[in-house]
Ligand binder design. Structure first.
Ligand code: WTA
Length: 642
């Protein structure tokens, strides 16, 4: 089985082989990597009871595959190219040899602080090279990394540290994003106020801003490096294929965010395989993914995937509009980027800033453009294709999830047919199916259904940390024998998939996932609030915005209502972070509830979308007049805003 697919026919052949003998197919792919001990078992367990294991008797450390394996052939090639927030500051780059050294050194530093295999380490860092180094160093010594996006609040960070029972936090004094400085160390201090599991905090100096160190607990990155000894060698921990590699928290439709668990073996195989094929990367290519390492896209397609493939990965500290909206294109030009991967929300935001920012840059080297995180609308697709890709680059619209570990449905570089707003065909070895709510497969094309995955793949979620029942209930029990994605999708007449969006209570804001329950519980902490219901609403740039309907203890008028809304916003920023700040808050007298007390979100979604009439069957509502009240008020608010 060839690792790299080079034609659409080869894709079809691989897909067929993966269907007729999945174990043979995946063992062929897995043998491309270096195993500490070869596996004899390929696939065991089943999706039915969430017990799937891959290559379970094999041993493999992902960092040997991402770093050591390349030293002989491309030790002097740039592995990591870092671009600072401030374009006039000095950029930094690491060859494979240098990155190997930096990771070894920091791995030794972690060991010297007593970090053991299996311990959890939370990373709360800006997009500086040390974040990638820390991720890899954890993996090297068998510690489980859990990166928390640096835009989350102290409360959100604290919840994640608690859930993972982390032994250590790695952070920076502050981070830089555009013209803003983001306090990080002080947020960590706040998050650790009542924590008992964290022994040490390692702090990287980034801005040299104000930062207080807690004696005995806090250490500077530079100091631990100095005391770590040999920099050229750090024995990689022996890892069983099913040992945990990382936990990444993501939102679901209920309760608190859950820790999605990925493992060394399966994740290595699928991150490497999907990267090589979707982006069609060749030696010498310069690949750039503009995501943050705090999300799964950054894990798989900034750090692990490109390094597993021996590519050059670009990492950017800043934001797309700083110092001007041409920054992304300036970076593409500066490093002669060949593959560029970003999110529809960034494309829409830059599109709105005008074509001149793209047109003044030379983008000749680009060969493949990628999109991820949410459905890409046709207008944005065409702009990306024509203006950025100069009508010659294919767009790979990659559908996947934190839980899938890697890209599941997408074109493969320029090999596959493409259609705007369609993710297209599944990757080889991935077998999607659409089902109706009863779980009956929908075989005919041009019908909408719930997207499930029919057979296991190596980088599938293994568990939700500390709560396997939750993992079963969310992904494996809704449609026994299948993995349920939570997304709705449609196949066109040629069988190409278009993913429409979530069918559960998850909102996708600028490609970031939030559970409505999570936002509601933050809102409900505001003093004076009785109850709330949050739904997604259309948003021109973000894809979806957050619309909150809130019942307060009493009615508020004029400036008092304004104050209340600000208090609610502040509470969400405190509980989750600025990224979850509601776009609209409507203080209401009641919520549309059924007689059994369930909020009819369907109605609220309609109101949030400005549709005030077609509510369908409302006969089960306890008090239908509540709806009329909310509508009147929404109309009134709308007309005032116009
Ligand atoms: C959505 C991000 C349409 C989808 C990698 C999924 C998409 C959720 C696409 C996962 C796409 C991601 N087209 N929708 N190309 N990519 N999604 O876990 O709803 O942050 O379930 O992973 O984003 O978000 P997550």
């Amino acid at each position: 089985m060839p690792f790299q697919i080079d034609s659409f026919d080869a894709y079809l052949k691989a897909q067929k082989e993966s269907q007729s003998d999945p174990e043979l197919f995946w063992s062929g792919i897995a043998k491309h990597f270096e195993w500490q001990k070869p596996f004899t078992e390929v696939l065991s367990g089943e999706m039915r009871d969430g017990s799937v294991r891959w290559f379970a008797d094999g041993q493999i450390n992902i960092t040997e595959n991402a770093l050591d394996r390349h030293l002989k052939e491309r030790g002097e090639q740039i592995a990591l190219q870092w671009e600072p927030n401030d374009p006039s500051a000095t950029s930094r780059s690491f060859t494979y040899r240098e990155l190997h050294e930096a990771v070894s050194q920091f791995g030794n530093a972690l060991r010297s602080l007593g970090v053991k295999k299996g311990e959890r380490i939370v990373l709360y860092m800006p997009m500086v090279p040390e974040l990638a180094i820390a991720v890899l160093a954890c993996a090297r010594i068998g510690a489980i990394h859990s990166v928390v996006f640096a835009g989350f609040s102290a409360q959100a960070l604290s919840d994640r540290i608690e859930d993972a029972q982390a032994a250590m936090v790695i952070t920076a004094d502050e981070g830089m994003r555009g013209a803003k400085t983001v306090p990080l160390k002080s947020t960590v201090d706040e998050a650790l106020k009542e924590n008992t599991s964290v022994r040490n905090v390692i702090v990287k100096r980034v801005t040299s801003g104000k930062c207080t160190m807690v004696q005995k607990r806090d250490v500077w990155w530079e100091d631990v490096i100095e005391n770590s000894g040999d920099e050229s060698h750090c024995t990689p921990e022996i890892m069983n294929a099913e040992d945990m590699l990382f936990i990444l928290y993501t939102s679901g439709s209920t309760g608190k965010p859950k820790g999605v668990v990925h493992t060394h073996g399966g994740y290595t195989v699928y991150a490497g395989y999907s990267f090589a094929n979707v982006f069609q990367c060749q030696p010498g290519d310069v690949y750039w993914c503009s995501a943050d390492i705090g999300w799964i896209t950054g894990h798989t397609y900034i750090v692990y995937g490109p390094l597993l493939q021996g590519g050059t990965t670009v990492m950017f500290e800043g934001i797309p509009t700083y110092p001007d909206p041409g920054r992304y294109w300036a970076i593409c030009e500066k490093y002669k980027v060949t593959q560029f991967y970003t999110a529809p929300t960034a494309i829409r935001a830059l599109m709105a800033c005008g074509d001149e920012h793209v047109e003044r840059h030379n983008l000749e080297t680009l060969r493949v453009l990628g999109s991820v995180g949410e459905p890409i609308n046709e207008e944005a697709w065409h702009w990306y294709h024509q203006k950025v890709g100069q009508s010659k680059c294919p767009i790979v619209d990659t559908w996947w999830q934190t839980e899938t570990g890697g890209i599941m449905i997408s074109g493969l570089g320029n090999l596959s047919p493409q259609k705007p707003a369609h993710a297209g065909y599944p990757l080889p070895g991935i077998h999607p199916v659409l089902v109706d709510p009863q779980g009956t497969p929908i075989h005919a094309n041009e019908k909408e259904g719930l997207l499930c995955i029919e057979s296991p793949w190596p980088s599938m979620i293994r568990t939700t940390y500390g709560d396997h029942e939750r993992c079963l209930n969310t992904y494996f029990r809704p449609f026994p024998g299948r993995y349920f994605t939570g997304d709705g999708a449609k196949r066109d007449k040629d069988g190409m998939y278009r993913v429409i969006g979530r069918v559960d209570d998850v909102i996708n804001v600028s490609g970031h996932r939030f559970g409505t329950a999570e936002i509601e519980s933050a809102i409900n902490q505001t003093s004076g609030v009785i109850e709330s219901a949050v739904v997604g609403c259309e948003h021109e740039i973000k894809g979806q915005g957050i619309y909150a309907f809130v019942i307060c203890e009493r009615a508020y008028e004029g400036s008092e209502a304004l104050k209340m809304r600000s208090a609610i916003e502040a509470q969400v920023v405190l509980g989750i972070g600025k990224i979850a700040r509601p776009d609209r808050i409507q203080i209401v007298e009641g919520l549309p509830k059924t007689r059994s007390g369930k909020i009819m979100r369907r109605i609220l979604r309609k109101i949030a979308s400005g549709d005030y009439e077609r509510f369908g069957d409302t006969s089960t509502l306890l008090d239908p007049s509540v709806v009329a009240g909310i509508v009147d008020q929404a109309r009134h608010l709308q007309s005032r805003e116009q």
